[in-house]
Design a protein around this ligand. Structure first.
Ligand SMILES: Cc1cc2nc3c(=O)[nH]c(=O)nc-3n(C[C@H](O)[C@H](O)[C@H](O)COP(=O)(O)O)c2cc1C
Length: 161
């Protein structure tokens, strides 16, 4: 797909078809995202591909606002930053996540960004449990790996959906 078409076609999609997403497409998306620039080439961003339905369901419960649709995604890519590699891990993650979304669009898939970093699990309890702590525990991430966002991925819904 031409770059201009990728830019034109990319938009957030929160409803997906039941069609599974081919693993090689997800691997290709991650390879593209790994080429993203990073501060001092610190390469602090890591990607985790999630295809397991139970894990997608659990991820959809990371917050009580803006993440419920994750349960119907065919897959997700967790974008996490290593905070020991650079103080700019957040910036690096944001660029990497953008690369993920553009690469997803280029292979005719749809996506939506679900934010994690700095977000409370419950909208009305801003000082309560952190979505990042929940995601870290769920995925067994090491302390230095900070979940930044999760990109829900799937094919566009069928016309009759
Ligand atoms: C930093 C960031 C955080 C976002 N967090 C969420 C989120 O938690 N849940 C959600 O449904 N959409 C989220 N989005 C998607 C935005 O709502 C969406 O990009 C915006 O409304 C513009 O729509 P578009 O992507 O179709 O152009 C996020 C996007 C960004 C860039």
């Amino acid at each position: 797909m031409e770059f201009g078409e990728v830019i034109e076609k990319r938009h957030s999609v929160r409803k997906f078809s039941d069609r599974p997403v081919e693993r090689d497409l997800l691997d290709a998306v991650v390879r593209v995202a790994q080429t993203a620039p990073s501060s001092r080439n610190s390469r602090s961003t890591a990607f985790m591909i999630i295809e397991d339905k139970d894990t997608l369901e659990a991820l959809s419960q990371m917050r009580d606002y803006g993440s419920a649709f994750m349960k119907d995604a065919a897959a997700a890519i967790v974008v996490a930053g290593d905070d020991t590699k650079t103080d700019l891990w957040v910036d690096n993650c944001a660029i990497s996540a953008t690369f993920v979304q553009l690469a997803v669009t280029a292979v005719e898939l749809c996506s939506c960004w679900v934010h994690v970093n700095g977000r409370p699990r419950l909208k009305n309890e801003p000082d309560g449990e952190d979505a990042g702590e929940y995601v870290s525990r769920l995925l067994g991430l090491k302390d230095n790996m900070r979940p930044y966002c999760v990109i829900a991925i799937g094919y566009a819904p069928d016309v009759q959906d």
